[in-house]
Design a protein around this ligand. Structure first.
Ligand code: GTP
Ligand code: MG
Length: 474
């Protein structure tokens, strides 16, 4: 792939007030460009020194000035020369004071020096194009930045250190060996025998397939861990849904009143549960209503229920079950629901057996598996049991130990599913006793698709698409 030489710059840190903010410049002309707006501190140095002549990986104190020599900020400038930098190019990082306005002004001055604004992810894209990292590692950089919990951070760091790429590279080299063997044997049958070979290959393909399937299996669990479990709180009006959200977030986020129909819009909050994120959504109580606003809220709640990873169905035990509960039962499935018998401090009009009867009447597949927990959001009863149940439901036996490689990226998952498809074709060809060149065709397919994960067989379009999702300055 072509080397990019244009010099680019961007603000690499967040645009909020902070102690330090960094303007990053990368490309052939990085040092020259910054030289023309940077003054070393100390008079002697000002005359004699240039950033382009300092040693690589050194840091220098000084000032950024505009055309009129007016000082914009007092800064520390780090110089990293090609190829020993993140991008593999000459890189200068200007450590400014971290105000958004100051940073923008310094960036503006840099951009006047024949430097253009970097696109999102362009620094990392250059690192990839310059061979500093494979694609799966570049993607891990973004995942790491976006990680919202300890688990996601660990998974990204592992991938960043190349663990996924290692597996992929090893399988690819094993596959290419087999292809080479088949081709040689077909060309030169006198010296290479294919007797008994299909059986041997079958075993190898099964092993590769097993390893790839394990990675695919880790993806669903990985997605939930990385992005959080989309959790919808569902129930009739006034049962305590908003109280539950407030209790779980530890904040008074939702309005709670004794009036039915208080919540009308969806309220979303993120909650961390033993290092795992829940995207908790409080919804309008489900009931048939003539109120136009509430109607919209109920519709939204129904839609959210359809795509939820987890539904917390809240029932108020002090009020008899009715048609609205029947409707809610039609929105849930037994795999994704935990039923909470709330207001357990009050006189119970509803017992667990009543709701179980209604579930049975609703003919919900495996309805008897639904877990029922007694809660009281006023005195916090049942919360530990609820947390425990959520962890069990999603991660029991599924959270892998720290050494195992987990994939969290949808692109990787889809590619690996294609790889398994190719492996299956090879196995089928072997079983159907087809000629050996059929094996190589699908092995080649698997080899190429594996390559896309680490970026060895990807077109420019895909590369651009992947990096465009990055944040600015990375
Ligand atoms: N006794 C008792 N009261 C509760 C409990 N949980 C909530 N409440 C009360 O029930 C009323 C309704 O609570 P909310 O949390 O607003 O209920 P909601 O389901 O969000 O109601 P809508 O938004 O109207 O659908 C409030 O007065 C709460 O204080 C509980 O466990 N016990
Ligand atoms: Mg509410």
């Amino acid at each position: 792939m072509r080397m990019e030489t244009e010099t680019i710059a961007a603000i690499a840190t967040g645009m909020t007030e902070a102690g330090i903010g960094i303007v990053r410049v990368s490309g052939d002309d990085a040092m020259n460009a910054v030289d023309s707006i940077f003054k070393f501190s100390g008079e002697k140095k000002q005359l004699s020194k240039q950033l382009s002549s300092v040693r690589s990986h050194t840091i220098h104190h000084g000032y950024i000035v505009d055309e009129n020599e007016e000082i914009l900020d007092e800064v520390m400038v780090t110089v990293m020369k090609a190829p020993n930098s993140y991008t593999g190019e000459n890189t200068v990082e200007i450590n400014c004071h971290g105000g958004p306005f100051v940073l923008r002004r310094v960036l503006e001055e840099v951009l006047k020096k024949n430097v253009r604004l970097a696109e999102p992810g362009e620094f990392t894209k250059r690192a990839f194009l310059n061979g500093k990292m494979d694609l799966s590692r570049a993607e891990a950089v973004m995942d790491l930045i976006q990680s919202r919990n300890e688990w996601a951070r660990k998974a990204s760091v592992k991938q960043l250190r190349g663990s996924l790429a290692e597996i992929i590279k090893r399988e690819r080299s094993e596959i290419i060996n087999e292809i080479a063997f088949i081709e040689s044997a077909l060309d030169d049958p006198e010296n290479y025998s294919l007797v008994g070979y299909p059986e041997k290959l079958f075993g190898k393909v099964e092993n590769w397939e097993k390893e790839i399937k394990q990675l695919i299996d880790s993806a669903d669990c990985g997605r939930l861990l990385k992005e959080g479990i989309d959790t919808v709180i569902l129930g009739k009006p006034n049962v305590g849904k908003s109280s539950l959200l407030n209790l779980m977030t530890g904040e008074d986020r939702a309005i709670v009143t004794e009036m039915a129909g208080t919540t009308r819009d969806v309220l979303q909050e993120s909650v961390l549960l033993h290092g795992i994120s829940l995207n908790l959504m409080d919804t309008a109580g489900i009931r048939s209503t003539e109120d136009a606003v509430e109607k919209i809220g109920v519709k939204k709640a129904r839609n959210l229920a359809k795509n939820a990873d987890l539904i917390l169905y809240v029932v108020d035990v002090s009020v008899p079950l009715d048609e609205n509960d029947r409707e809610i039962l039609s929105l849930i499935s037994s795999e994704n629901t935990i039923l909470l018998l709330n207001k357990s401090d009050l006189n119970a009009m509803v017992e667990e057996k009543d709701i179980r009867e209604m579930i049975a009447e609703a003919n919900l597949p495996q309805g008897d598996h639904i877990c029922v927990i007694k809660t009281c959001t006023l005195n916090h009863t049942g919360m530990e049991e609820l947390e425990q149940k959520i962890l069990e439901m999603f991660f029991l036996g599924k959270i892998r130990n720290d050494d195992e490689v987990t994939i969290t990226n949808l692109r990787h998952k889809e590619a690996l599913e294609d790889v398994c498809f190719s492996f299956n074709n090879v196995k089928k060809s072997i079983e159907d006793q087809l000629p050996e060149d059929f094996f190589s065709i699908d092995l080649m397919g698997a080899y190429a698709t594996l390559g896309t994960v680490i970026g060895e067989e990807v077109g420019e379009d895909l590369v651009n698409e992947i990096f465009s999702k990055f944040c600015m300055g990375k």
